[in-house]
Design a protein around this ligand. Structure first.
Ligand code: SAH
Length: 363
């Protein structure tokens, strides 16, 4: 569906409960018609918290005191086996931007995981060069997640100091991923200090323009000892312009993303469950989401992957997370998906092939 910027912004700002109820209803109906009632489970493994970047919002910021870890290939492989045993179709490997995760090391690991488990593999390892993206794809990686974080170039520069060309470079990486043939996921944080309703509407239009296969969204969560904490007042937009960082607002964005990109995969993200541990996932699933990413990082590293506070506590398996998850899906009338759960939008577009490739290589 096409929506103009003005209409999107009106939906984002409305305070009318009837209008909101309509938004939730429409998003849920489109989700049901276009991607069905099955919920894809992706096993998330946070493979390293080393990071060379200084993103102002992020708890992995390179100057932040943190016990740094990097899983060994054996530990990652064991985690992949647990994902397989849990019955999930996809393994998501995420990390800070860690130069220690070399092109060769990750390629080798992906090759082993694919050969042994047959899982779909999603990578979220930050910005890399074309050759690295190509090598990982060649090794069998299916998907890549790289959020553009905000549609506001000036705010992006404030949040990534010392990278004057950073925003253009990040968007360039998204195009490189598409060119390399990945299913491409991106998204933003909702409620970053300085993020306006107008720029959030622009971000939603970018989801449609980029024709994303996956869209990841969550509220910005203030993280102690990150530079952004001290700059909230300075960067913050005037009250009636500043986007709020809460579950309701983030799920408005999610619902609109579903309307704009009907056949894309959209997870109910961890950040939503951190702000609302009881209802966060369920709320997102009834407002357009069709994916959940349970955390299967080995328990002893989990607190160190400290993007934001409270993350380690959501749905730990040892507190009955798995059973609660299945019970919640049952209550919502949803079923657990089988198979790899590729993005319907990606399959329909003919994979990552460019127009030329499609016409010359297909029968
Ligand atoms: N290094 C990878 C993975 C980053 S972590 C990359 O750059 O893509 C994954 C996501 O966590 C980020 O893209 C960001 O959107 C989100 N994130 C980081 N800090 C956050 C915070 N304080 N609150 C909410 N989300 C945050």
């Amino acid at each position: 569906m096409r929506l103009d910027a003005r209409t999107i912004e009106d939906w984002l700002r409305t305070t009318d409960p009837a209008a909101l109820a309509e938004l939730w209803g429409r998003a849920d109906a489109v989700r049901h018609e276009q991607v069905g009632d099955a919920v894809h489970l992706r096993g998330l493994v946070e493979m390293a918290n080393h990071c060379q970047r200084r993103c102002a919002y992020c708890g992995l910021h390179r100057d932040r005191p943190l016990a740094r870890y990097r899983l060994t290939p054996r530990e990652v492989l064991n985690a992949a086996r647990r994902v397989r045993t849990a019955g999930y179709g996809t393994l998501v490997l995420q990390a800070g931007e860690d130069p220690g995760l070399t092109c060769g090391l990750v390629a080798e690991l992906v090759r082993k995981i694919k050969a042994e488990t047959g899982l779909a593999v999603t990578l979220s390892l930050g910005e890399r060069d074309d050759a690295t993206y190509a090598a990982w794809r060649e090794a069998g990686a299916d998907r890549y997640l790289l959020r553009f974080e905000t549609a506001d170039r000036r705010l992006y520069a404030e949040l990534h100091p010392g990278e004057p060309d950073g925003y253009r470079r990040r968007l360039g990486r998204l195009l490189a991923l598409r060119q390399a043939g990945y299913e491409v996921g991106s998204g933003v944080m909702v409620g970053l200090p300085g993020q306006t309703w107008t720029s959030l509407a622009a971000a939603l239009q970018m989801f449609a323009d980029l024709d994303l296969d996956m869209i990841g969204l969550g509220p910005w969560i203030p993280t102690p000892e990150t530079p952004l904490i001290g700059r909230v007042a300075e960067l913050g937009a005037p009250d009636d312009e500043q986007v709020t960082a809460d579950v309701e607002t983030a799920t408005r964005v999610l619902a609109l993303a579903r309307l704009l990109c009907p056949r894309t995969n959209i997870p109910a993200t961890t950040a939503l469950a951190v702000l609302d541990p009881e209802r966060g996932y369920a709320t997102a699933l009834t407002r357009g989401a069709n994916v959940i990413m349970p955390n299967l990082t080995p328990a002893r590293y989990r607190d160190d992957y400290a993007l934001y506070p409270g993350k380690g506590e959501t749905w730990r398996e040892n507190s009955g997370g798995e059973e609660r998850l299945y019970a919640m899906l049952g209550d919502l009338g949803r079923v657990v998906a089988t198979g790899p759960g590729h993005s319907p939008r990606y399959l329909e577009r003919g994979g990552g092939l460019t127009q030329e490739e499609k016409t010359c290589c297909r029968p």
